[in-house]
Design a protein. Structure first.
Ligand SMILES: [Zn+2]
Length: 218
């Protein structure tokens, strides 16, 4: 960005909103690989800072912050510096795998917030949820109202499990993934008991096209 040439105008705001929308349309399982480096692209203006977190050239998350008080008086140059300086915090926050997952899933997944209400009465996670609200229980913890096992989101026993299995299974560019690959994709970011059985079940009901072709993709 060239110094002093950018203004946070209504059209810039609209452009930023469009960018956010595009990012939120990214595939549900396009989550970051924490073994790979991240890049941050920042932009600063009179009233705000925007940053995009990328990995392998692919946007993963976006941030914006309205500046107020003393920060408003910084020159544009200083604010760009602030954006870059601030990246350690912004990225550290984003690099909480858990936060990143919540952000992406919430944007993509209709009714995602409702999962939070299902934990308490869930036969798989109800007890754990209660314990975790009093603190961490083993590798289980609650973040932003969601239950996690390490960095994996616990999915209550509801139709969302099947939805996620389908997303993972149908994510192959060349066609549908087999059982082992689908399970690997899913268990990287999600956890629930008997997930493997659910994967087998969904794939078994996926239709002739998949059954005829699965042998070539495992
Ligand atoms: Zn299939």
């Amino acid at each position: 960005m060239k110094k002093g040439t950018f203004e946070w105008t209504p059209s810039a705001e609209r452009a930023f909103e469009t960018l956010k929308k595009k990012l939120c349309e990214a595939p549900i399982l396009a989550l970051p690989n924490f073994d790979q480096p991240f890049e941050v692209e920042c932009d600063a203006s009179g009233v705000g800072v925007g940053a995009v977190l990328l990995q392998g050239g692919r946007p993963i998350a976006y941030f914006s912050e309205k500046l107020g008080g003393a920060r408003m008086r910084y020159s544009t140059y200083d604010k760009e510096f602030y954006a870059v300086e601030g990246k350690s915090n912004v990225v550290a926050d984003a690099l909480s795998t858990r936060h990143c997952m919540i952000t992406i899933l919430d944007a993509k997944f209709l009714g995602f917030e409702l999962l939070k209400e299902l934990y308490h009465d869930d036969e798989d996670f109800g007890g754990l949820m209660k314990k975790c609200e009093e603190g961490v229980d083993g590798s289980f913890m609650v973040q932003e109202g969601f239950l996690f096992k390490g960095n994996k989101l616990c999915v209550p026993k509801c139709s969302h499990r099947r939805f996620l299995v389908k997303e993972a299974h149908q994510g192959g560019l060349a066609g549908h993934f087999g059982v082992a690959k689908t399970y690997d994709i899913l268990r990287e970011h999600f956890y629930w008991p008997k997930m493997f059985g659910d994967v087998k079940d969904v794939i078994a009901h996926c239709g002739a096209y998949h059954r005829a072709n699965s042998q070539f993709r495992e």
